[in-house]
Design a protein around this ligand. Sequence first.
Ligand code: SF4
Ligand code: SF4
Length: 181
Amino acid sequence: MLLTLRHFFGGKRKREILPVKADNYFESIENGTNTIQYPKQKLPVPEVGRYQLEVEIDDCIVCDLCAKICPVDCIDIESIKATQAIGQTSDGSTKRLYAAKFDIDMAKCLYCGLCTVVCPTECITMTNQYDRTVYQLGDLTYHFSDMSPELVAEKKEEFDKQQAERLAAKQAALRSKEGGA
Ligand code: SF4
Ligand code: SF4
């Protein structure tokens, strides 16, 4: 009751609006100002806060560990094997898989941070972004793959062709071995 009265009269006394980064901002809360002018003002977020996920796809080796550990299955990854190494991540890991699909449904995410802990290349991170208001629920599914459908089809075809060629070579070698025996 005392607290309520303090805020009631304090709020009436204190009408000055302080920027949220002002040194005495939190003192102003004590004096009765307990709202901020959102979205013009935003409370500072802690550095270790868990907010929207971001994926640096160039550094992803498509190992699927993040998807496997996610307790709510909100990470959906589809990989395509490359016919040869396709480059390196910034930490020197060799990339051998394409990320044909890398979607995260942030509407399901419970911000546990497990995916960021298991990632071997530290390319999936929690950002300080928390306000991404959307009109459609589906818009909370973020797409991180940078491959077009045409490129996905092309890479799949390349891999299938390589597999077919290897199989044909194996069968030819077997036949010639049998013929020579
Ligand atoms: S933070 Fe947790 S719930 Fe969200 S995507 Fe990562 S593992 Fe899944
Ligand atoms: S754990 Fe990291 S490297 Fe592996 S698929 Fe997820 S984001 Fe990519």
